[in-house]
Design a protein around this ligand. Sequence first.
Ligand SMILES: *Cc1c(COP(=O)(O)O)cnc(C)c1O
Length: 403
Amino acid sequence: MIDYNQIAQKYGTPLYLYDFDHFTAQYEKLKDAFRARKSILAYAVKASSNLSIIKHFASLGAGADCVSIGEVRRALLAGVPKYKIIFSGVGKRDDEIAEAICSDILYINVESSAELDRIELIAKRVDRSVRISIRVNPNIDPKTHPYISTGLHSNKFGVDLDSAKRMYIQANSSQHLEPVGIHFHIGSQLTELEPIRDSAIIVADLVRSLRSAIGLELKFFDVGGGLGVQYSDEKIIDPVEYAQAILSTLSGLDLTIICEPGRFLSANAGYFLTRVLYEKSNSDKRFIIVDGAMNDLLRPSLYGAYHSITHFKEADEKVGVADVVGPVCESGDFLAKDIELPYFQHNDLILINSAGAYGFGMSSNYNTRNRCAEVAISHGRDRLIRRRESFDDQIALEREFIS
Ligand SMILES: *Cc1c(COP(=O)(O)O)cnc(C)c1O
């Protein structure tokens, strides 16, 4: 049992906490589900990008899926082998492409025909050959929140099947491009298997047709991430069924699976710990004002995301429905809405669950608030993995103003 009072006293609030043993359990579960084939689980670094977290996954054998050169640098610094690092993302700058090529990572996921041209040009300029994979947009509705859907033609990600074919033909005949993989990632927080299976079928068929049409032998079948987790009572996909659904589409193909889980590995391992400042009510509403806010945990404000709450009051003390809100000057600043909670006193602790993915990483200094500290818990011991920011940290990059 974690002693949240002691942790809060030691590190202050608001605070992010991560259960590293849960990271391990999730990694092993998914890795094991793919055991019938060679696979690399490339942790999607953006989900929670603290170096200690990346290092922990690397120690288990994970690779890293990165969406900026900063994330590639994080992965390398944390000890992820370069041959397990993937660079994805719809808009890569020239300098990012050049650095990725020179870092000799596993491959770059290409998201448009124009980007392929650019990568070819830059590879030529630095006189290298670069491994690439093409992100196919299979035009499948992933049935998730529209902000986290990525596999429809109305989303900005990837290329359609015909463009992908043309791009593979171009890459296959280029001296500077080495097409080694194919990629799809249709969305996040996926809770239905069907869209994933349908996408895998479409993409596996493309692999077959590329083989027969231009003799291209790809090595990596990159199924993206997106596996959903339980925030409340949603039904989630069983990792074994997930892996089976994908593997069943690959008969006759000798491919290594690359899977890029972010949320699945990290969401339920993370907690956001905050203290109650005040309660206040008017004729319509009851508000519980806490010291954590949307700048610390944006998901409720951004997506209307639900996070369950644990409190430390007697279980039968429920006094009614309330919103949990922060001090930030936005009406959209809330951590929970219309939930049943007991009456709180000043300094009582509230724990926001499942905050390990897209939590700290989306935090900002809005309202000149210092970003939180991050603490790891492993085998019952706690350890600071990022200290709380200070006011001086925040203003360090600003220059004397010119009037
Ligand atoms: C965000 C992202 C992931 C991880 O998504 P999760 O839903 O967190 O698993 C994987 N691959 C790519 C390309 C991404 O952009």
